[in-house]
Design a protein around this ligand. Structure first.
Ligand SMILES: Cc1cc2nc3c(=O)[nH]c(=O)nc-3n(C[C@H](O)[C@H](O)[C@H](O)COP(=O)(O)O)c2cc1C
Length: 352
């Protein structure tokens, strides 16, 4: 089955879910332009998710994707948390932040029964997961709702596992990708592959469609991924500058500055490796640090530093998620960007 038939879209193009940087507005604009818009749910309470779903339904009747994280929550580790606070202490002093103001808590919850109930109620055409898949009973509820199920793989091993669990398509997430690595079985970063190495491996080995993600920012990138056998593409960073995205002013400025040419994988902001524009915290404490608590617990102690710095117009302590190929991105309406990207499908039109 072609990807457009599977997703119910005109184009085999998914706007990547980007938690913290977009909501239903960007998703709806992409849906209206023929792609599959995504609503990132990782940072939403059930009530906020319900509002997003209602707002989405008002803007479009087209198929869309709901995206969830499916990590295993870690056990809190007091010693590690204390070490992390110690590492950040000089910054608390500098910015006049009271360490007691840190609100400890997970901040990002994995897919759970409440989210499954909302999927059953609103019946999105597609549900995608990052960090593997939820528990089998929850996954079964999604499947029975009628949603097509996608998840990201960063190695052949992960892709084969996802296929064995019955996903409808696999997203091949190359090392170029912005935001969190979706890895869930293979944690050795030195073994993570760029898209051009990963994609053909997955295309050759899988029977389900493979969607290319990572570093695709224009029609040339789309055509290259399709030439390597992708059934479609998932594009994230290129959409961050669209007026419909909720990307912060600080993040937008960084994306359009020469600094955007230097991204790195860092675990400082959440506890899991994610690609972002290199900023002060990454330069001084990382970009990777063994002191950061496990995902998503590292976020709590950074949050007041981020807020204090952002109040002064600085992104020194903000996660500036971006893929390696974001330097050429331009601010333009999402529909226009979708149409430009779609030109890359033209030579492969027969594949649908
Ligand atoms: C700002 C940002 C936030 C992201 N948040 C999510 C998310 O919530 N869920 C998810 O599955 N992927 C997330 N990703 C990763 C994307 O799904 C995708 O792998 C990536 O954007 C593709 O690479 P590109 O950014 O170079 O296009 C995020 C990426 C970015 C840039």
């Amino acid at each position: 089955m072609s990807l457009t038939a599977l997703l119910g879209t005109d184009l085999p193009l998914i706007q990547a879910p980007m938690a913290g940087s977009q909501d239903h507005r960007l998703a709806a604009a992409v849906c209206q332009a023929g792609g599959l818009g995504s609503i990132p749910c990782a940072m939403l309470t059930p009530a906020a998710l319900r509002q997003e779903l209602q707002a989405m339904r008002e803007l479009t009747e087209r198929p869309f994707n709901l995206n969830f994280f499916s990590h295993v929550p870690p056990e809190p580790d007091a010693a590690r948390e204390a070490g992390w606070r110690e590492a950040l202490a000089p910054y608390y002093d500098e910015l006049g932040v009271d360490p007691a103001s840190v609100v400890v808590g997970p901040r990002r919850l994995p897919f759970n029964a409440e989210a499954a109930a909302l999927v059953e109620e609103f019946r999105p055409a597609v549900v995608s997961f990052h960090f593997g898949l939820p528990q089998p009973d929850l996954l079964e509820r999604v499947r029975r709702s009628g949603a097509k199920i996608l998840s990201s793989a960063t190695t052949l091993n992960e892709a084969l596992w996802l296929q064995a669990q019955g996903v409808d398509a696999v997203i091949a997430q190359g090392l170029e990708a912005g935001g969190h690595r979706g890895h869930f079985l293979d944690f050795d970063l030195s073994r993570q592959l760029g898209l051009f190495a990963l994609l053909p491996q997955l295309v050759d080995a899988l029977s389900v469609p493979v969607i290319a993600a990572g570093g695709i920012a224009d029609a040339r990138g789309v055509a290259a991924a399709m030439a390597l056998g992708a059934a479609g593409v998932q594009v994230g960073s290129a959409y961050l500058l669209c007026p419909e995205a909720s990307t912060s002013a600080i993040h937008r400025a960084a994306l359009q500055s020469p600094a955007a040419r230097h991204t790195a994988l860092t675990n400082l902001f959440s506890g899991r490796p994610a690609r972002g524009i290199v900023n002060r915290l990454m330069r001084e404490l990382g970009p990777l640090s063994e002191r950061a608590p496990a995902f998503p617990l590292a976020t709590a102690a950074i949050a007041p530093l981020r807020a204090a710095a952002e109040a002064q117009g600085s992104g020194d302590f903000s996660p500036l998620w971006a893929g390696q190929n974001v330097a050429g991105s331009r601010p333009m309406p999402a529909a226009e960007l979708t149409r430009e990207l779609a030109l890359g499908f033209a030579p492969f039109a027969k594949r649908g």
